[in-house]
Write a new protein. Structure first.
Length: 120
């Protein structure tokens, strides 16, 4: 199974790419210098690490995402549910709601999602 987890700094880096892609590696280095106070080598090291994990690609000096931010976090959520709740979404919801109350708006939105799923 692919690893769909990012550390705090990796998440900030990924968010920069998702927000500004496509972008040149030169522009990414400048952005990381300004936003993360990174040196060029750090930017290239983290970009390579996340590219090796299938999140981004750097082709001919242009950085793009292989997955959207939403797709990445959906896969990350699936991984958490699989690893922590044996793949059971109801078990996850039960654990979540045992510690945090849902608002009426959240309950209504969940009902809409279930209704839309059942309708196909």
């Amino acid at each position: 199974m692919a690893e769909w987890k990012l550390g705090v700094v990796e998440s900030r880096f990924a968010d920069l790419i998702w927000a500004h892609q496509p972008m040149t590696t030169q522009a990414l280095v400048k952005l990381c210098e300004a936003e993360l106070e990174w040196k060029r080598t750090t930017t290239y090291t983290v970009l390579k690490r996340l590219s090796d994990r299938g999140l981004f690609k750097n082709e001919e000096g242009v950085v793009t995402a292989c997955l959207s931010r939403e797709e990445f976090y959906a896969r990350q959520s699936e991984q958490v549910i699989e690893e922590s709740f044996a793949g059971s979404l109801p078990a996850f919801v039960a654990a979540f709601t045992a510690r945090k109350s849902l608002t009426a708006e959240e309950v209504a939105e969940i009902r809409r999602l279930i209704d839309a799923y059942e309708e196909g």
